[in-house]
Ligand binder design. Structure first.
Ligand code: PEP
Length: 257
């Protein structure tokens, strides 16, 4: 039985007080959730405070980015070791906002992913096509390129640590989610590619999340797809009620309800 991973990407929102308050609410609301893995990814400056607020809960802590060097004269960057030291177990890498707004290339994402794995962080590798690419029929080739660039050459043991997030760029923050069928089609392709890169165990173990305007009212249809193993949630993760409801859908599907 697959185990869903529901992750909240808080992006660059909120104050420290709001972030801690949100974390406390989630800790209390999700105290009984054991069947689903839950993760929150606050902004860097709030990681420690949010981690403290989550203590005693099963909710894990992740970061939204990390650099590809361990240390040095890289003003403004944050190394994966620092994130580990702050209590993170996951890190989002290659998010489309970083690729498209900050110019991160496939090569940069590959280097970041390799170091994050080396340090013991579990990368959530984001891949996804733009609307233009989808309309040009390039969805599969774009995603295959992004995945191969980041993952080729990794051992099966390392590959098993990776989470993939399929996030169509046209669905992020737009209120327009992929249909369950569109998501499943891409997830199945990702699963096949994982098999060719690492074998059967890798393709079965690696979780493939869907991300892009996931809300309580569309989560179930997406999570019910056979190759959708969780969700990376942006906007709705800022509201503890909505995030709890999405986690609740995952719990219900796991129960067969
Ligand atoms: C995201 O930022 O990863 C995301 C999926 O955002 P949203 O849910 O707001 O579309």
């Amino acid at each position: 039985m697959r185990r869903f991973l529901i992750a909240g990407n808080w992006k660059m929102h909120g104050t420290r007080r709001e972030s801690v308050e949100r974390a406390r609410q989630l800790r209390d609301r999700l105290a009984d959730v054991a069947a689903v893995d839950v993760l929150v990814c606050p902004p860097f400056p709030y990681l420690i405070a949010v981690g403290e607020a989550l203590q005693g809960s099963r909710i894990q802590l992740g970061a939204q980015n990390a650099f590809y060097e361990r240390k040095g004269a890289y003003t403004g960057e944050v190394s994966p070791e620092m994130l580990w030291d702050c209590g993170c177990s996951y890190v989002i890498l290659g998010h489309s906002e970083r690729r498209h707004i900050l110019g991160e290339t496939d090569d940069v994402v590959r280097r970041k992913l390799a170091l994050a794995l080396d340090v013991g962080l579990r990368p959530i590798l984001c891949v996804g096509e733009t609307l233009e690419q989808r309309e040009a029929g390039e969805t599969m080739s774009v995603i295959e390129r992004q995945l191969r660039s980041a993952l080729e050459g990794l051992t099966p043991e390392s590959l098993e640590q990776v989470v993939i997030a399929y996030e169509p760029v046209w669905a992020i923050g737009t209120g327009r989610n992929a249909t369950p069928e569109q998501a499943q089609e891409v997830h199945a392709m990702i699963r096949r590619l994982l098999r060719s890169l690492g074998g059967d165990t890798v393709s079965e173990q690696v979780r493939i999340q869907y991300g892009g305007s996931v809300k309580p009212d569309n989560a179930r249809g997406l999570l019910e797809q056979p190759d959708v193993d969780g969700a990376l949630v942006g906007g709705a993760s800022l509201d503890p009620f909505q995030f709890e409801a999405i986690v609740g859908e995952a719990v219900a599907i796991g129960r067969g309800a």
